[in-house]
Write a protein that binds this ligand. Structure first.
Ligand code: ADP
Ligand code: MG
Ligand code: MG
Length: 251
């Protein structure tokens, strides 16, 4: 049973304090909807968990199955089972999608994956995500549309099979059809090999497709309200103003 524990996390970026004591626990099989107004630290939290060096942790802890995540390098975090589908995936010229994925998969194994198995799995995944066949041979995200980049993050997630996956606004830039493809792929993964899943999205409709077991609102660097999927509907209907009044935080 994978368990990611974030306790009293304080993070600053370029000298500015963004997270101010954030506590959150994510277990295998759970889907957490992470909401909150823009600029309150959702992406900062995910970047800090993944080990982006821009994000400085001044206090608190992050553990994965009791192991100190903060002591790990980025690649070690990835090998330990953490995955981040980024809000703005970067383009890497000169590295093909298949080279990138094969290296990442092999880094997680004792022996390299047989080339034939890898190709078959990659082809299957590309098909499931309804992407163009040449995807494997294209440079990582180079010249991809916004929607293609987001779908490619899901291709990576499906191939890497993380134990804890975090998806940052994975639905932005997707049209209605792509949205369904992405949501169904995530749901299917949760059924077949349950992960601890954290989803950031501004769209209640997308969140609800993923059947969240937990929902949280992050305001001013802390989680101020937690609940179940009914919280997603409440935010959708009423926005964040009520939180400001009820919890005396500045939204
Ligand atoms: P959210 O994802 O909730 O919209 P972010 O975590 O992206 O919020 O941003 C929280 C705050 O941290 C914002 O004020 C943002 O400008 C600042 N911030 C985040 N990342 C960086 C960065 N790499 N450099 C400078 N400021 C940043
Ligand atoms: Mg934002
Ligand atoms: Mg963000």
């Amino acid at each position: 049973m994978s368990c990611l524990k974030i306790d009293n996390l304080h993070v600053d970026v370029e000298g500015k304090q963004i997270l101010k004591g954030l506590t959150l626990e994510i277990n295998e099989g759970e889907t957490h909807a992470l909401m909150g107004p823009n600029g309150n630290g959702k992406s900062t939290l995910l970047a800090a968990i993944m080990g982006n060096p821009k994000y400085h942790i001044s206090e608190g802890s992050i553990t994965l199955d009791g192991k100190d995540v903060l002591a790990m390098e980025v690649d070690e975090r990835s090998k330990a089972g953490l995955f981040l589908g980024m809000q703005y995936p970067s383009e890497i010229s000169g590295v093909t999608n298949s080279d990138f994925l094969r290296a990442a998969i092999n880094a997680r194994r004792e022996r390299p994956i047989p080339l034939f198995s890898f190709i078959k799995e990659m082809e299957k995944t590309i098909k499931e995500m309804e992407m163009k066949e040449d995807l494997a041979h294209r440079f990582l995200n180079e010249g991809f549309s916004g929607g293609e980049k987001k779908r490619n993050e899901i291709v990576q997630m499906k191939m890497l099979k993380p134990s804890i996956a975090m998806l940052d606004e994975i639905d932005s830039g997707l049209d209605v059809d792509a949205l369904k493809i992405v949501a169904n792929a995530i749901l299917k993964m949760q059924e077949e090999k349950p992960m601890g899943l954290v989803v950031v999205s501004h769209y209640a409709r997308f969140m609800q497709l993923l059947k969240p077991t937990h929902a949280h609102v992050l305001v001013d660097g802390r989680i101020v309200v937690s609940g179940g999927s009914e919280l997603v509907d409440k935010i959708d209907a009423q926005g964040y103003d009520w939180i400001e009044k009820e919890y005396q935080v500045h939204v």
